[in-house]
Design a protein around this ligand. Structure first.
Ligand code: F6R
Length: 586
């Protein structure tokens, strides 16, 4: 839930670390910190706020060093304070650590270390790591073994990087259930949570496996497993271009990524046919399929449930990843788990996968991030191919998930995909952008907003509401249109906005009846539909597509609405409060 980076180079690393951290701010942006080795000491600069503010306020430019660490934080253990920002140092300042994840047994370790005289300066779980390593060094262990010995005592899921004051030409990185990647460049080498952080300098990466420790030097690296045995990994060449990290002409990454859907939807439809065949064969062979995901990915899972059941005729249930364990009673060899996740690192998803695997259940996945933990845990993975998503809110990855799901369903049924029609409709839907900006302004004082839809459009109502909540901080609810009269209708009074997702599919007339019920109570209805109706106070015209494909063109205006609502309400849509993109804690 945090981003970590370390760099060892033959030049000053301060700007490289600051750049890298900015490209990982989506992982957390409560606080940030840096440390570099400078003339026999480890200098630290850390504070509360965004990377740029901290660098400016604490004069990061006065720092200089050829090896260093940096961290961007999303608080889990310990409040958002300068003391709790990373890096954390051991008592004698000999060991500095940046960490992403959770040390579950930190309290017990802390008590033991305090009894030995260690003084803690923060309330984080992380701080036990440098103190523990310092103890191992005092006991005469060499640097690598001090790290390996410390790891034996740590419980939880974590990745961390260590800089030793008296060893200023190498870093150590540890991976256990949280990502850590080595980046190799001619001017120096990296360890980081995400390759995005060093993509500007190199596209050569090594993805550490779980339970591994790496020593990264200026001119090389060595990797061991937790038993201390050396292991070899191949070097991957990342296909992502560093251009993806620029906002181009857009003011925010979120808007850029909404617009990228013109291309990314088509790219996601172009799955390798052999991969697709193998994936579908596994689905067909299952007696029962559980689809899991969290947040937006769960909403994609609900669309998949509708299409798998009604079109591909597969026995399927969709369950929130965080609730999966509660429903795991029927798991057996006939069951298959399909996990959907942008990051492939969501703790709730990985935990559900682990429950399933323990029962011998095969796992398939739909993922964006290459070599993520979920991809590694899966027997087969279909990738979204839509490049990195920097905005915290999922936008282009949601429609890419839908495109992959449609591709799977088409392979399993007689559903035909008219890619040309879809691409044209997606292009056309961008014509409503000004209308969505106008609506965001017109509704900028509304305290609540409801979204309704039926059938395959219901998950889009949920997604529209989620986007508005997370970007604009407006209370929003997505409802199956038929459910409104079972309680929530009581909240509809004069002027309360309701967005009715109502394409001309078989749900059209029933949803229109619900619209009439809302109108009768004074609600203000925005109809998102390919056909006009006098019941709507405001009509947003979406393009006509084959009926089951409406979700693709419905969600884009709702993403725009949330984006412009955030701007109207003075919020930064790229960095919604309290959130982080990759939720690696349960
Ligand atoms: C919403 C959003 C989150 C994620 C959720 C799952 O815009 O981004 O709800 O969808 O945290 O994340 P992944 O897909 O990475 O598993």
């Amino acid at each position: 839930m945090c981003g970590i980076i370390g760099c060892v180079s033959d030049a000053n690393v301060v700007d490289v670390l600051a750049d890298g951290l900015k490209n990982m701010e989506y992982r957390g942006y409560d606080s940030a910190g840096f440390c570099v080795y400078d003339d026999g000491t480890i200098r630290v600069c850390k504070g509360v706020g965004r990377v740029d503010e901290i660098a400016r306020n604490l004069d990061l430019q006065s720092f200089s060093g050829k090896i260093g660490l940096a961290h961007t934080r999303w608080a889990t253990h310990g409040g958002v304070t300068p003391e709790n920002a990373h890096p954390h140092l051991s008592c004698n300042g000999e060991v500095a650590v940046v960490h992403n994840g959770i040390i579950e047994n930190y309290q017990a370790i802390k008590v033991k270390l305090e009894a030995k005289g260690h003084i803690f300066r923060s309330t984080t779980d992380t701080e036990v790591i440098p103190h523990l390593i310092e103890e191992k060094l005092k006991a005469g262990r060499n640097y690598r073994d001090a790290v390996l010995d410390a790891v034996k005592e740590l419980k939880g899921s974590y990745a961390f990087i260590v800089l030793f004051r008296d060893l200023c030409d190498r870093l150590y990185g540890v991976r256990k259930d949280a990502p850590l990647i080595i980046g190799l460049s001619e001017r120096g080498n990296f360890l980081a949570s995400d390759a995005l952080s060093f993509l500007k300098y190199t596209n050569k990466a090594i993805f550490l496996e779980n339970l591994e420790v790496a020593e990264v030097r200026r001119d090389g690296y060595t990797i061991w497993n937790f038993k201390g045995e050396e292991v070899q990994h191949s070097i991957s060449t990342l296909e992502w271009e560093s251009m993806v990290l620029s906002k181009r002409e857009f003011t925010h990454f979120t808007l850029k990524e909404i617009h990228e859907q013109r291309e990314t939807i088509t790219l996601a439809f172009r799955q390798d046919q052999e991969d697709l065949d193998r994936f579908c064969l596994a689905l067909q062979g299952a007696e029962r399929i559980y689809i899991i995901g969290a947040g937006t990915s769960y909403h994609a899972g609900l669309v998949a449930k509708h299409l798998f059941l009604n079109v591909a005729k597969l026995p399927v249930e969709a369950i929130l990843a965080s609730e999966f364990e509660e429903y795991a009673t029927l798991l057996d060899e006939g069951t298959l788990l399909l996990a959907i996740s942008q990051s492939g690192e969501t703790a709730d998803v990985l935990s559900a996968v682990s429950v399933a695997k323990k029962r011998g259940v095969p796992v398939l996945s739909i993922v964006n991030m290459l070599s993520s933990s979920l991809a590694r845990e899966s027997e087969q993975t279909l990738y979204l191919k839509c490049g990195p998503e920097v905005g915290v809110a999922a936008t282009k990855t949601f429609t890419a998930q839908l495109a992959v799901i449609y591709s799977v369903v088409a392979r399993l049924s007689n559903l035909s995909i008219d890619l040309k029609q879809i691409a044209e409709a997606v292009e056309e839907v961008f014509g409503v952008e000004r209308q969505m900006a106008y609506l965001a302004q017109a509704l900028s004082t509304s305290k609540d907003c409801y979204f309704i839809g039926r059938g395959v459009n219901y998950p889009i109502a949920l997604e529209g509401a989620l986007k508005l909540k997370e970007l604009a901080y407006v209370h929003a609810e997505g409802l199956a249109a038929g459910e409104l009269k079972h309680g929530t209708l009581a909240l509809i009074s004069e002027g309360v906005p309701v967005i009715a997702i109502n394409p001309s599919d078989k749900t059209y007339h029933d949803t229109l009846s619900n619209v009439a019920e809302i109108k009768a109570r004074g609600g203000r209805v925005i109809g998102l539909s390919d056909v006009e109706n006098s019941l709507y106070d405001y009509h947003v015209k979406i393009p006509s597509v084959e009926k089951l494909f409406y979700p693709l063109v419905e969600v884009i205006p709702l993403q725009m609405f949330a984006y412009y609502s955030a701007l109207e309400r003075g919020q930064n849509p790229d960095y919604p409060r309290n959130l982080a993109k990759s939720v690696t804690v349960k």
